[in-house]
Design a binder for this molecule. Structure first.
Ligand code: GAP
Length: 450
């Protein structure tokens, strides 16, 4: 594993962000658990996405559909056929299996053995929903959250008075039996998606806006979101899918790629570490037409403005919550030299940082200081995610907060007792300024963006 990735994996474990799953049983391949700071980080990412995609827009509503759904949905969507399968090759000598498009050598990269001919391997995860494990109870864990949105299209149109163009957003777990999971939380078999399906008129709408223009609009919106939440623009790019790599449902697709410190493999990488972070897809009417055909339901939409019925065209934005978490960690990680010592700091955007403020009494063996600090902490805890820390030297405590990306630290010292003030240390500049306790709420609201 690359040096930076090793540092991220180790920091994530050491500081309570991400643990390997089932560790006391020796682990469970490619599964991870989010620890106390990891769950805050991932929730902040999901909340920031929801705020941007749902709360701040009049034309997008939310949904939370079930993971287990009728297997007929996956037949209709094409996920049970060859379209949702990767090519698998097996080494005849060591029997290791690889995704064909992820191996760069003609023979096994592990032992040099000869490969078998490639065969198609479907990625849908099977389970049984019911008390007998037979075909009649066969079910699938959803491979994308999108299908839950399509099968609720009619429900949403009938209940929410939404008018095209409108979108439906959903965050939730998805599962794929990946042949080669890896690179920590980049590619796993259980992961979370943040998807939005935007339903539009397949013909230019009243304002003359075409499918292609909506596609471009959503590309820009999504790129803006990553940049606006602190991801370095130099590490982001678009990449258009070639015709032969389009997913079975897509008429056009572009990825937002990130410059990872590893090669994510396959046709998706445009060289070096560039690899997929999010996909923007023009799915045409593939999904709704197929669901209409397989279910027998009329999924056409009557457009009053255009005075006609049609099956809407769909523009999809499909991001991974776990992959985004990895990107936010990688992009925030910095090592700096401070007075001859190495400082490791996660420079998260304040909205993304798991803990916003640390409250630190200068020393812990002075009851008056500790009492004061506890009061400051308790005054803030209802409004912000705050951490109280009195263990170790003040320098070590600053380093600890830097390493978990806390934007601000409040230190309570002897002057605090006399003047009812605290010092506020800025994580990035490390500058300290003194403020009245009475002004802290407003000041921090201001600095943390409400
Ligand atoms: N609904 C369309 C769809 O699922 P996708 O390109 O297969 O499109 C979208 O996946 C996003 O989901 C990816 O860009 C990635 O962020 C995330 N994703 C997909 N497979 C993943 C996996 N095995 N592990 C982690 N994240 C994954």
């Amino acid at each position: 594993m690359n040096d930076l990735m090793q540092k991220i994996v180790s920091l994530a474990k050491r500081r309570g962000f991400i643990f390997p799953s089932s560790e006391i049983y020796g682990g469970f391949s490619s599964c991870y658990d989010y620890g106390p700071l990891g769950v805050e980080l991932k929730n902040n990412i999901k909340r920031a996405w929801w705020q941007n995609m749902v709360w701040s827009r009049a034309d997008v509503v939310g949904l939370d559909s079930s993971i287990l759904m009728s297997p007929k949905i996956w037949e209709a969507s094409g996920h049970l056929s060859a379209g949702f399968a990767d090519e698998l090759v097996e080494c005849k000598a060591c029997h290791k299996r690889f995704r064909k498009d992820h191996v760069e050598t003609p023979t096994c990269p592990e032992c040099g053995g000869e490969f078998t001919a490639p065969k198609k391997f479907n990625l849908m995860m099977k389970t049984y929903a019911g008390v007998t494990e037979d075909e009649s109870n066969l079910a699938y864990l959803r491979a994308e959250t999108a299908q839950g949105i399509y099968v609720n299209f009619k429900n949403i149109v009938d209940t929410m008075r939404v008018k095209i163009p409108f979108g439906v957003a959903q965050i939730g777990k998805a599962f794929r039996n990946e042949i080669t999971p890896g690179n920590f939380i980049f590619r796993t078999r259980e992961f979370e998606q943040m998807e939005m399906q935007f339903f539009i008129n397949p013909q230019p709408d009243k304002k003359g806006k075409t499918v292609k223009q909506w596609f471009e609009y959503w590309k820009k919106e999504r790129m803006k979101w990553y940049k606006g939440h602190g991801i370095n623009a130099r590490n982001l790019q678009f990449r258009k899918h070639k015709k032969d790599e389009l997913a079975h449902y897509a008429k056009a697709a572009e990825d937002i790629e990130y410059n990872y410190p590893f090669s994510s493999g396959g046709g998706s990488a445009s060289g070096g570490g560039w690899g997929e972070l999010e996909g923007i897809h023009d799915r045409g009417d593939w999904d709704l037409s197929n669901h209409a055909k397989h279910s027998g339901e009329d999924l056409t939409y009557f457009d009053e403005g255009a005075n006609k019925k049609y099956i809407p065209n769909i523009i999809e934005t499909s991001a991974g919550a776990d992959r985004s978490t990895l990107v936010f960690l990688l992009d925030a990680y910095q090592e700096e030299e401070v007075k001859g010592e190495k400082r490791v700091v996660l420079k998260f955007h304040p909205k993304i940082a798991p803990i916003k403020i640390a409250v630190l009494p200068l020393v812990k063996n002075k009851p008056k200081l500790v009492k004061f600090a506890r009061r400051v902490y308790e005054d803030l805890i209802d409004t912000f995610p705050v951490m109280y820390d009195e263990v170790g030297s003040i320098g070590r405590r600053y380093r600890r907060q830097d390493e978990i990306g806390t934007p601000y630290a409040l230190t309570i010292d002897f002057e605090s007792l006399e003047k009812y003030t605290v010092t506020l240390r800025d994580r990035d500049s490390m500058k300290q300024t003194r403020h009245k306790v009475a002004e802290l709420q407003d000041l921090l609201q201001d600095k943390l963006g409400g």
